[in-house]
Design a protein around this ligand. Structure first.
Ligand code: ATP
Ligand code: MG
Length: 425
């Protein structure tokens, strides 16, 4: 099917008894926001991933609300709220650990939207009607509205049909929508992987043409997107799709170059295994860390360069430290990694040779290192793919069990509640 023109004259309304979304599946905070807006005379709808995921029978990650109230009006209704964003002003309403994101319906005004010479929207805070808002969204599956007023589902762009066909269709012309915001290409990959959807043909083909525009995205935004991709619970598939669409070079250029060479099988297995491990952790609610992900993605390069520098294990540590620094320096020009995470990645790398030392006081010292748990997980993955001797994972697992007590606080002192450390990813 050809891309539908971006116009909203095909509204389909599905009444409350004809669709599967029930209030019971919407979180209390989201309902609270919807009802308070509605009772104050505003239009309020659930939109985006929340609606999409509920229709697919998936538990939504978060709930997004769209309304005709302006950010200031929303702000005035909720004291636990703040306005965020410069490109697009949004309101975040906080309920304990939950944040409900409230966006005002956006109109489109080409005269007021600030763009760069590629057509990338730098700032646009023109408000509009719900039907204009719908066509400003990225994919049809993300542009369905659940109206709290009558519990009907509103479809302005054929999103229901695309969800049915498990298809990600960009709203409007890809040649305009990708340049407007190149991050949409990464979102396409993330949703295709997470939802097991196909990217509609013209939206898929245009990624090859416009992928290079990702180079202009500010590195801080790239960091957020990279983490969303690799912590989506479908990192294995994400990685395949990033390679297929030739997008990896904009995220982790050094790894992309390494893949163009003759990558050894064991290292490819390492990446794969580490991503499987990350997916399992995410899907079972265990903590993950960006530091671990970058340690994994850059390990083939760091390992190769450090090995070339030094073959003697004793001198491997300084080599890893030096190479780690250079590789990281290059990486952060593309994706800005907060220091605590880049430091964690470097510590994971430089601690790997220390796992070979199982005599004397050295193991105790390594165990006490703040990055130990993540470095240990990393090491075990290396043993699984034959990059390190198999027995080491077993040895360190036993060693930790034996020394679990020595980590306990001294007797007599009051035990402080231990914070769960966020480690492996
Ligand atoms: P997730 O499950 O990751 O939360 P989501 O679809 O809800 O997926 P959000 O980033 O929470 O994604 O954004 C909420 C909605 O805002 C999207 O569903 C989409 O309609 C719209 N949106 C978000 N980012 C963009 C973008 N870059 N361009 C156009 N619309 C966007
Ligand atoms: Mg969302």
């Amino acid at each position: 099917m050809k891309n539908r023109e971006a116009s909203a004259d095909h509204l389909t309304v599905i009444p409350r008894n004809k669709h599967s979304i029930s209030r019971k599946s919407i979180s209390d905070p989201a309902l609270k926001v919807l009802y308070r807006l509605s009772k104050s005379g505003h239009r309020a709808c659930l939109v985006g991933g929340g609606v999409r995921d509920l229709l697919l029978g998936i538990h939504p990650k978060d709930f997004d609300v769209a309304t005709d109230a302006t950010p200031d009006q929303v702000r005035a209704l909720f004291k636990n709220s703040r306005i965020i964003g410069r490109r697009f002003r949004l309101v975040h309403i906080r309920f304990g650990r939950d944040i409900i994101e409230v966006a005002t319906f956006r109109g489109h005004d080409e005269d007021t939207a600030e763009t760069d010479h590629h057509g990338r929207i730098l700032r646009d805070n023109t408000f509009g009607e719900i039907e204009e808002d719908a066509i400003r969204r990225d994919f049809t599956a993300n542009a369905l509205y659940y109206d709290i007023h009558d519990h009907a589902l509103l479809d302005y762009v054929g999103g229901l049909q695309d969800i049915e066909a498990r298809q990600l269709r960009l709203i409007g012309d890809p040649a305009r929508r990708y340049p407007e915001d190149p991050v949409r290409m990464l979102r396409a990959v993330r949703f295709a992987a997470k939802l097991d959807f196909d990217i509609e043909e013209s939206a898929a083909a245009a990624i090859y043409e416009f992928g290079h525009l990702l180079a202009v995205i500010p590195p801080a935004r790239m960091f957020d997107e990279v983490i969303k991709l690799f912590h989506s619970g479908s990192a294995v598939r994400v990685f395949e799709l990033l390679r297929e669409y030739r997008l990896l070079k904009y995220l982790v250029p050094a790894l992309d170059e390494w893949l163009q060479g003759e990558p050894p099988e064991s290292m490819l297995d390492f990446i794969d295994q580490a991503l499987v491990n990350t997916d399992t952790r995410v899907n079972t609610g265990q903590p993950v860390s960006p530091g671990f992900i970058f340690a994994v993605l850059l390990w083939p390069v760091v390992h190769q360069q450090a090995t070339q520098m030094q073959s003697d294990r004793q001198k491997m540590i300084p080599a890893l430290m030096q190479v780690g620094e250079t590789v990281m320096k290059r990486q952060v020009r593309h994706v800005s990694i907060p220091r605590r995470f880049s430091q964690m990645a470097r510590d994971i790398w430089s601690s790997q040779p220390r796992f070979h030392r199982t005599q004397g006081k050295q193991p105790q010292r390594l165990l006490a290192h703040p990055v130990f748990r993540a470095a240990y997980d990393f090491m075990c993955i290396q043993t699984m793919v034959g990059l390190m001797p198999h027995r080491l994972c077993h040895w360190w697992t036993e060693f930790q069990l034996k020394h679990a007590d020595s980590e306990a606080p001294e007797r007599g002192k009051k035990r402080r509640p231990r914070r769960r450390r966020r480690h492996a990813g």
